[in-house]
Design a protein around this ligand. Structure first.
Ligand code: GLN
Length: 476
């Protein structure tokens, strides 16, 4: 990508070589041109030139030393993250036109670092999906292949990055929604350790899994964004105080690292093109001086079923607030309170969200709670133990494909939700285990990018970033 990246823009704005206003105008012009033309991506659900330019003028007015580590950097925000001055819709009819009136902590931290909130990006409704086809406002297209989807649920954020519409974005993951679209759109996406980043102001889907993370063109740009948004937040009791030095600008060195290759992540059904590109990446890691070790994560096959018990259960509870009274669009002229609830929810939610609410309510109903929910929590523990054992044996980081195939086409998996769920096989176990993980581009099949995934132990983002930066450099 030739467009200037995060560090380059921030350095130029800090020293006065470029004005934040000029950077912002250029970003708005690019978004406006791409999103109104015939090859519209639908990556952005909204953008607000006035707000963005006001913020940019404020950055330019500061003394250079006060401009911050992201001075003048346009950042796109997934539309399930609250922004005081712009709508937050979760790509749902339920929240069309909704304004939160306050900033999520991650957004507040971006602004304090000098970043410009440029617009809000498309997603699967309430972040439920893997293709962005579940958006109530139409799917996003993959900038690299019009027939292919961008992945999801942070498909808008990843597509914006892949199309060069701005240097950075924030996405969110419950299980894979940053890494998988990043892989499909040829950009870098990081899922931080659970608790590294505040969830305050992020519309809750599955609270025990949700995390916000950055999407950018390269590892170091993404790492810088992560360092800005990370840190304990008194408003999120699950956020944890950890030294920011754990996220310092990563050196690029794989020498001496022990890289584990999970055999379960290279099944015989793996797309042969993806397998070949991954084998090449592993060879590169070896050439860089890493020790490659085959390892096993025996409970991998249980991750998807476990996730689809836990996530709908938590979602059904979290989404109860959208009833047309507390939150969400209210059905017109209900004749009773019951009809008000039923009609508002029937009209507001799309089919996938309804499917999950029904499933989740069933899972949490008396008699099933212990059989299903409590059981899934136990299996989640076994999956986490798999990783714990491997990291305790001296493995520093794991490497695998991010997804079993490159970007799939529109409609390819919408008929069969279970097929769609299976596209997350390699990203779900680490999510359940609360581990940090990263996807970076490692090759292409035709036009379509292929992503490689690193997974590290909890709070070991440093080794994750270091290994990824080293592999990334080997392609330059
Ligand atoms: N694809 C998964 C789902 O549909 C994960 C989504 C996410 O990470 N938000 O729930």
């Amino acid at each position: 990508m030739t467009a200037p990246g995060v560090r380059e823009i921030a350095a130029a704005v800090r020293c006065g070589e470029r004005r934040a206003v000029a950077v912002t105008e250029a970003a708005l012009a690019a978004i406006g041109a791409r999103e109104s033309g015939p090859d519209r991506l639908n990556a952005f659900l909204s953008w607000d030139a006035e707000c963005a330019l006001r913020a940019a003028r404020a950055v330019d007015a500061l003394a250079p030393v006060a401009r911050g580590p992201l001075a003048g950097v346009p950042v796109a925000i997934k539309d399930n993250i609250c922004t005081a001055d712009q709508p937050t819709t979760c790509a749902s009819r339920m929240l069309a036109g909704f304004r939160s009136g306050y900033d999520a902590t991650v957004v507040r931290r971006l602004r304090a670092a000098g970043a410009i909130i440029i617009g809000k990006t498309n997603l699967d409704e309430f972040a439920m999906g893997s293709s962005t086809e579940n958006s109530a406002f139409g799917p996003t297209r993959n900038p690299l292949d019009a027939a292919g989807g961008p992945g999801g649920s942070s498909g808008g954020a990843a597509a914006a990055g892949g199309a060069g519409l701005g240097p950075a974005a924030l996405g969110s993951e419950t299980s894979g929604s940053i890494r998988q679209p990043a892989a499909f759109c040829g950009v870098v996406g990081i899922r931080p350790t659970y608790g590294r980043v505040s969830r305050y102001g992020v519309v809750a889907f599955c609270s025990s899994l949700d995390q916000v993370g950055p999407i950018a063109a390269d590892v170091r740009d993404a790492a810088l964004l992560l360092r800005v948004v990370a840190g304990r937040d008194a408003r999120d009791a699950t956020s944890v105080a950890r030294p920011l030095s754990e996220l310092d600008e990563p050196g690029a060195a794989a020498a001496g690292l022990v890289v584990g290759i999970p055999q379960e992540y290279f099944p015989s059904e793996l797309d042969p093109g993806v397998a070949r590109i991954c084998a090449d990446a592993v060879a590169r890691l070896r050439d860089l001086g890493a020790e490659i070790r085959s390892i096993s994560l025996p409970h991998t096959e249980h991750a998807i079923p476990t996730y689809y018990v836990l996530a709908p259960a938590e979602a059904s509870s979290n989404l109860a607030r959208f009833d047309g009274v507390r939150f969400g669009a209210r059905a017109p002229d209900p004749i009773s309170i019951r009809e008000l609830y039923e009609e508002s929810r029937a009209r507001g939610f799309g089919p996938e969200v309804k499917r999950r609410i029904v499933l989740g309510s069933y899972i949490l109903s008396s008699g099933y709670y212990h059989r299903l929910y409590a059981r899934a929590q136990q299996v989640r523990g076994l999956i986490a133990d798999d990783f714990r054992r491997v990291f305790a044996s001296g493995v520093d980081v794991l490497f695998s494909p991010t997804a079993p195939t490159p970007a799939f086409r529109f409609g390819e998996k919408t008929e069969n939700p279970y097929e769609m769920y299976l596209s997350d096989v390699f990203v779900t176990p680490s999510s359940l285990a609360a581990l940090p993980s990263l996807s970076l581009p490692i090759g292409r099949l035709g036009n379509l990018p292929v992503g490689g995934q690193f997974i590290a132990d909890q709070w070991h983002e440093r080794v994750l970033l270091r290994a990824a930066a080293a592999l990334e450099e080997s392609y330059r």
